[in-house]
Design a protein around this ligand. Sequence first.
Ligand code: ABN
Length: 180
Amino acid sequence: MSGDPLARLMGVFDRAAESAARKSAQMIGRRSLLSSLGKLLVGGAALPMLPFDRSAHAQGAAPAVATEKTDTDCEYWRYCALDGFLCSCCGGSLTSCPPGTEASAVTWVGTCQNPKDGKDYMVSYNDCCGKTTCGRCLCNSNVRERPGYLLGVHNDINWCMANTPSMYHCTVSVIVGVAG
Ligand code: ABN
């Protein structure tokens, strides 16, 4: 070792600076590693909690089913020329008047296609007559319906006018023929 006091002092400073630099490098390296690991852990745990748009999966899981029309739907095929209340919603059925009412003496007819067999059917629409009107399931379809001067194919008339009682209640749809 040199006997020069200045050189010895410089050596002390050198070693102190070197030791501080080593410690600092070790600390910074460890801290940044810990910090990265922490971020990974927290991020990994929180990821499944994020709100993802899963609507595509929902649609895939439950494909839209085309609902078949029934005798309480205005779109049911037999009602293609019916203007009035459905007896199926009024205590009657597709072909029978509700209790306490009676079928009109005169009717109008329509021709409706059954989607199941593709055939055209002649449908007789009979108004059911009673003391009150039903008020449920009002439908108004007019396939091949004609103005009032062609009475037999006109649906916008109270066909109970010839009955007693003459109050219109609802309408039934009876198949009377098939085309072809
Ligand atoms: N044919 C059904 C109806 C009854 C009363 C008024 C209009 C239509």
